[in-house]
Ligand binder design. Structure first.
Ligand SMILES: CC(C)(COP(=O)(O)OP(=O)(O)OC[C@H]1O[C@@H](n2cnc3c(N)ncnc32)[C@H](O)[C@@H]1OP(=O)(O)O)[C@@H](O)C(=O)NCCC(=O)NCCS
Length: 176
């Protein structure tokens, strides 16, 4: 179940000229600033990701490295891949990421939600999640699931996610 988050950290939106936003970040990008921070941040589902930069970002949150070729294929097979950039006209920096798998019609599963530790605690993770859920809703997907590590359950709960709602339970099967 998804509810709207009560609090928002956003200070301003639509800070970039429309043509700059479109040229740099593609369609349906969302630019915003955060309270007590001078940077402009942009969520985009269209801007191409540099796999090395993505690998570096995921390393900053302590995740083990995955072979680039497999990551590339995983991204190609995802129904939604979202980057969060700290805007710069010349060198935008990837500071957040998440992706979704699913059938693209009814169901989606969110994976690999990560914000560079330097930018954590500013509300960016919450904005990234809102952006993803808005896009999924726009394409008609009404059931979204994810696996959360125990230490980040509060992050999702504070945004209205329910832990195993309606008596559903998770089941896992591992090949080894
Ligand atoms: C989890 C993560 C994406 C959160 O991003 P963030 O930008 O720091 O989160 P926000 O600043 O938007 O926080 C939103 C809310 O969640 C809470 N929160 C954020 N990270 C939290 C954490 N690790 N544990 C508990 N609560 C957390 C915040 O206190 C805030 O609460 P509020 O709305 O009541 O003020 C980020 O910490 C991260 O990348 N962690 C490492 C990777 C990871 O564990 N990803 C999740 C995989 S399941």
């Amino acid at each position: 179940m998804i509810l709207r988050s009560k609090k928002s950290s956003i200070k301003k939106t639509n800070l970039l000229d429309n043509s700059i936003l479109l040229n740099n970040y593609g369609s349906e990008a969302f630019d915003f600033s955060i309270k007590d921070n001078k940077d402009i941040f942009v969520c985009s589902k269209s801007k191409e990701l540099d796999l090395i930069e993505l690998d570096q970002l995921l390393q900053t949150v302590g995740w083990s490295r995955r072979p680039t070729r497999r990551v590339k294929r995983a991204l190609e097979s995802s129904i939604l891949v979202v980057g969060l950039w700290r805007h710069d006209n010349k060198f935008p920096r990837l500071i957040g990421f998440a992706r979704c798998t699913g059938d693209g019609i009814l169901e989606a599963n969110i994976w690999d939600v990560a914000i560079n530790p330097v930018y954590q605690g500013l509300g960016l993770g919450k904005e990234l999640m809102k952006y993803i859920l808005k896009i999924l809703k726009n394409i008609g997907i009404s059931r979204v699931t994810l696996f959360a590590d125990a230490e980040v359950i509060k992050f999702y709960k504070s945004q209205g996610w329910s832990l195993e709602p309606r008596k559903t339970k998770c089941a896992f099967w591992y090949a080894n």
